[in-house]
Design a protein around this ligand. Structure first.
Ligand SMILES: Cc1ncc(COP(=O)(O)O)c(C=O)c1O
Length: 378
């Protein structure tokens, strides 16, 4: 096993099948996936309607070149306008979140003539490029999360865009910026003609209980980046812009071309994802199951106050943080051995399950966690 370049530490498991909230390895072992892959499978793995649309579309047209458009891309652009509230704007479709984030930043730099972007320090924007977290990236200005006094010190005249991730899953896992802090930045950004890019690669498509995380904040955004859950695991991402940004771009355009720009297959899959989220009431499910899950995690905290430091969550984006003297990684590993995939970082478990997770799956997880903490105690 393992002819794959190990850019990321491997779990040393060969996965062969994924369905609903479950993944199966080559030994036939079932895992309940509380990570939704990399937070992609919001409507559950191998949803029959998505598999059907992909199979059908594969017979007709997968790819046609960026010079052309297709009915799926056009309809998806209209649908994204509706769910983002950026009516009469427009979208472009790429493959990954990083691509769409970088294109959003490129567009903001081009339209403002300013080089930098502002981001909250515990958020993640992209694997490479303008949004990459690196000491070499001179484009990035970081502001410490929720440091409201630091906002006045930002020189907005050099900032092209505030790139707002409304819930971080990668750096300091599962933290949501305060409303006052976000609104203060958003107001100053607007006053200084700096754009607001909602970076919704993880927080989008119902993850936090609304279509997009910024919809929990009372702010107007200029661009929205969707990825991950947009294709439910099929690689498609989107940059959606307001009518104003579209007009400014049309008055001062530039060329941007990638091989898979606006490919019909990804757009057809994404259109179906949006329909399924609406028809299966998954935004409501995200809210209700998120409340249920958080309540159960709070019960664990109440039972083991010396072991559990914090429980955080919005919709089905949750984390449980252990106290320093508890080996959270060991618990994470034991959960995995017991058939439960969770994320782990900073002595915390990350829990972003598919929105179709059942209360029964949540209960099984809680029972297992309770057992592991009980064993730790004795
Ligand atoms: C918030 C956020 N933005 C951007 C990305 C990058 O997306 P991709 O891995 O599809 O390039 C990620 C990936 O984890 C992410 O969590």
């Amino acid at each position: 096993m393992e002819r794959i370049i190990p850019f990321y530490p491997s779990a040393r498991k060969m996965l062969v099948k994924s369905e609903g909230c479950y993944q199966y390895d080559s030994d036939g072992k079932e895992y309940t996936d509380f990570e939704s892959g990399v937070w992609c499978a919001n409507i559950g793995y191998s949803h029959p309607r998505i598999s059907g649309v992909i199979a059908e579309q594969a017979k007709t047209s997968i790819h046609h070149g960026y010079k052309f458009t297709n009915p799926f891309a056009e309809k998806l652009s209209e649908e994204l306008g509706r769910i983002t509230g950026l009516y009469n704007g427009a979208s472009v479709f790429l493959s990954s979140g990083s691509e769409a984030v970088n294109l959003a930043i490129t567009l903001s730099r081009h339209l403002t003539g300013r080089k930098k972007i502002l981001k909250i320090d515990n958020t993640y924007l992209s694997a490479y490029g303008w949004g990459q977290i690196s000491t070499d990236n001179e484009t990035l200005v970081n502001i410490h999360a929720n440091d409201i006094d630091a906002v006045s010190a930002v020189d907005f005249s050099e900032i092209s865009a505030f790139v707002l991730e409304t819930g971080g899953a990668s750096i300091d896992i599962v933290r949501f910026p305060d409303s006052d802090f976000v609104r203060k930045i958003a107001n100053l950004a607007k006053e200084n003609n700096c754009m607001i890019i909602a970076e919704e690669v993880t927080t989008g498509m119902g993850r936090t209980g609304k279509w997009y995380g910024y919809q929990h904040y009372d702010i107007a955004v200029d661009m929205v980046v969707s990825g991950k859950g947009l294709g439910n695991g099929y690689p498609v991402s989107a940059l959606t812009v307001s009518k104003d940004i579209l007009d400014r771009f049309e008055a001062d355009p530039f060329r941007y071309a990638q091989s898979h720009q606006n490919d019909p297959l990804g757009c057809a899959a994404a259109l179906e994802v949006i329909k399924i989220i609406e028809e299966e009431n998954l935004l409501e499910a995200s809210v209700k199951k998120g409340i249920y899950f958080k309540e159960q995690l709070e019960k664990i905290r109440a039972e083991y106050p010396a072991y559990v430091k914090d429980v955080r969550g919005k919709g089905l984006m949750l984390a449980l943080e252990f106290e320093q003297h508890i080996d959270g990684e060991e618990i994470h590993n034991r959960l995995f051995e017991g058939g439960m995939i969770t994320g782990y970082k900073n002595n915390s478990l990350r829990l972003l399950p598919p929105l179709v997770i059942t209360e029964n799956d949540i209960d099984k997880f809680i029972t297992e966690l309770d057992k592991l903490l009980h064993d730790t105690k004795n």
